[in-house]
Design a protein around this ligand. Structure first.
Ligand code: PLP
Length: 399
């Protein structure tokens, strides 16, 4: 049999999906499983979204659509950008994709030649690494441990940018940590970014409206508008609107980049489906009470998770202020054992926790930080307290 392309040796299946699959399998075998693994919002979009999809279905033209996204969808996205204080974009600055993941993949193809350097902070969203590896980019990681609240410092950024990487990829609020940069922190990083004009900046801000404690969303472009000429903003309907399966992602940035993504679309996907497009427009332009209500609910769940973790001696957890993840440092468990099973690292920990207590979490190494694990608290609310109690029990039983 002929070989697969060399790039497939670098492409790995998502660890998050593997954990979620294992949890699903154990559940199907009759085990009582509580999943804190996958970052799927546990709510559906409003009825107006389904109504728009039904209407589009009834009127379906059955035709190919625009490679960039329909005019009405781009206009709805531009209106959304205005709401975020990112004004002045036109359709020519924007493009769409089958989810933000696809948009980021397209950007990697559009901006990075083989061997070009992409810089991003650790912990990172898993797919950043996988996508960089598939396009054969050189990855430079900025280590941001729990002791610095999982946030990159201006000095770290400066040291990396001085080497003139092609792309700096930034994610705020963060998956997996849930941390959110304050306006002052963003301003300090932006002061560094303006000094290095050879680097593209990608801001993956898909959790931009999942903010807690009254925090505001701030992008580098808010504090340094001149960064607009090389910043690419990413957004998605997956998390905010409870629409992960609808697969709608966006970018706004320089026209040349939006055109490149659109050209790739013309060869990969052609267009977003018409029915999905109608649903996406309804989500962006319709009542915004679903995202707001869910955000309040997530904030309460965040508090519940932090309160439970605070009772576990040795576990360190910076306080997240967005998204729906908590990323505790669990190294206090390493070198101990549970029911005779030795726990050397995060993967052992998550496996033992799932086997012994039926609680699924994702090992931190999936995000480049092997001292931690990710808890996604989007499970149904009644499952949260029992899941956390089992986690506490597990820690208490370590020897
Ligand atoms: N970026 C981040 C930080 C994410 O957490 C995710 C999904 O988990 C994505 C992008 C991809 O989102 P989408 O469902 O739009 O592809």
């Amino acid at each position: 049999m002929p070989n697969l392309a060399r790039r497939m040796g670098r492409a790995k299946p998502s660890v998050i999906m593997q954990v979620a699959e294992k949890a699903k399998r154990l559940k199907a075998e009759g085990r009582d499983i509580i999943s804190f693994s996958i970052g799927v919002p546990n709510f559906l979009p409003g009825e107006h979204v389904y109504a728009a999809a039904r209407e589009a279905l009834a009127k379906d033209s059955g035709q190919y659509g625009s490679n960039r996204g329909s005019d009405a969808l781009l206009d709805a996205f531009i209106q959304h950008l205005d709401g975020l204080g990112l004004t002045g974009y036109t359709r020519a600055h924007c493009s769409t994709g089958i989810g933000a993941k696809h948009v980021i993949y397209n950007l990697a193809e559009a901006l990075l030649d083989e061997g070009d350097t992409i810089v991003f902070p650790v912990p990172y969203w898993t797919s950043y690494m996988d996508i960089a590896e598939i396009v054969n980019a050189r990855v430079e990681l900025l280590q941001c441990p729990a002791s610095q609240d999982y946030k990159v410092t201006p000095a770290q950024l400066e040291a990396a940018l001085a080497k003139k990487p092609k792309v700096f990829l930034f994610n705020n609020p963060s998956n997996p940590t849930g941390m959110v940069y304050t306006r002052d922190e963003i301003a300090a990083l932006a002061e560094v970014l303006v000094k290095y004009p050879d680097t593209w900046i990608i801001t993956d801000d898909i959790y931009n409206r999942m903010l807690f404690d009254g925090l505001e969303y701030v992008n580098f472009m808010h504090v340094r508008p001149e960064l607009r000429e090389r910043t690419i903003f990413i957004d998605s309907l997956s998390k905010t609107y409870g629409m992960p399966g609808w697969r709608v992602g966006f970018m706004a940035g320089p026209e040349v980049v939006a055109q490149a993504v659109t050209t790739l679309n013309s060869n990969h996907i052609t267009n977003l489906p018409e029915i999905t497009t109608a649903a996406a427009i309804a989500a962006l332009t319709g009542p915004q009470d679903v995202p707001a209500a869910r955000c309040a609910e997530f904030q309460a769940k965040r508090d519940q998770v932090l309160a439970a973790l605070a009772q576990i001696p040795g576990v360190v957890c910076p306080r997240p202020q967005g998204a729906f993840y908590v990323f505790p440092d669990i190294r206090c468990a390493f070198g101990k054992s549970h029911g005779g099973v030795t726990i050397e690292n995060d993967v052992d920990f998550c496996n033992a926790l799932l086997e012994a207590k039926g609680v699924a979490c994702v090992p931190g190494s999936a995000f480049g930080e092997p001292h931690a694990m990710r808890i996604s608290y989007t499970c149904p609310t009644p499952q949260l307290a029992p899941g956390l109690a089992r986690l506490q029990e597990f820690f208490a039983e370590l020897r």
